[in-house]
Structures are given as structure tokens and as C-alpha cells.
Design a protein around this ligand. Sequence first.
Ligand code: FMN
Length: 179
Amino acid sequence: MAKVEVEYTTYLREALDTMAHGGLLLACADEAGRPNAMTIGWGTVGVIWGKPIFVVLVRPSRYTYELIEKAGAFTVNVPTKDLKVAVAFCGTVSGREYDKFAEKGLTAIDGEKVGVPSIEECVVHYECKVVHKNDVLREVLDGEIDASAYPAGDYHRLYYGEILGTYATEDAAEKLGEA
Ligand SMILES: Cc1cc2nc3c(=O)[nH]c(=O)nc-3n(C[C@H](O)[C@H](O)[C@H](O)COP(=O)(O)O)c2cc1C
């Protein structure tokens, strides 16, 4: 379905709710344009430096980490409930071993504002350009969080993506409201 440009705030509540209950799909691509997607459950959206920013947290062990380091951009895609199986797949296998788009029938569409793809089957896309990054530092992290989230020492890198464009299907509200 064709997408229209919307404000980044339009579907924010639905996006954050989906992230907390199932996950969003973070997409990027390699230098040859081969797309990859991974599920994310952690992230935040707000205003920094006077710009709308989507912050995602990616562990260095992820293939996506390598891709974002090279591409300097990513998209965050909001799936509907009918993509549950694809979201689970993208959150458990790596793009190093699988072509997740081919395996789950996902379609990569060119970004309007960034050089990495969005996922056609999702109803909302945030196109983001990396404007800053930093790593979670054990030395200044709460001990309880350190113990529960980082037993293997795989500390996330935070990517601050300036949201250059947000696109949604005309039925996004209806689709995201479906039980
Ligand atoms: C619900 C859910 C949420 C997840 N959230 C994150 C996250 O925020 N950051 C992260 O680094 N990995 C997260 N993961 C794990 C990655 O999605 C998973 O390791 C994935 O296979 C990485 O794919 P890649 O190697 O192709 O990048 C999550 C997995 C699930 C199932």
C-alpha cells in the first residue's frame, strides 16, 4: 500500500507500544544494497539538538551493528500483528547466516531520505541518519542493570538517528489498533 509522509509524532504511541510488546524492525543494508532487519525492544524517541531523534541500542555482536557503522543510517519499521512470525525470526537469527527478507517474504523499499531500505509490509517507517553514537559504559552503569542486561559484557552502542522522514500507510491507525 502507498505510504504518505506524516509527522514523526503521529504514530509514536503505537510505535512505542509495539516496541514494548513484540518489537519493531530495525532495517539497514550492506554496501551492495542487500537488506537486513533485526527486532528491537529497546529504544526511545525525543528531541535532542532541536531535532527529532530515534535512539536505538545495538549490541556489537549483531550483524546490524556492522551495517549501521558502515551505512551511517537506518530505518525503524512498525509491524502489525500479522508479522509476528517474521518479527520473531528477525529477533533470533542473524543476517550473517540468513537472508531474512527472502525467508519471511519481506520486501525492501528504497528510503526517500536515506540510502537504506524500509520494509514494505510494515505500516510506519522512520528514516534515520546517524548523527551521534556512544556506548553503554559499565563504570557508570547501575549495578543491577549491568548484572541483568550484560552478563556477557556485550554492551550496547546507542545510535542517535535524526528522523529525516516518517511514512505511513493510510490504514496504519486501523491496522495498529487491531487486537
Ligand atoms: C523482542 C526482541 C527484542 C530485541 N531487542 C534488541 C535490541 O533492542 N537490541 C539488540 O541489540 N538486540 C535485540 N534483540 C536481539 C536481535 O534482534 C537478534 O540478536 C538478531 O538476531 C540480530 O540480528 P542481526 O545479527 O541480523 O543483526 C531483540 C530480540 C527480540 C526477540
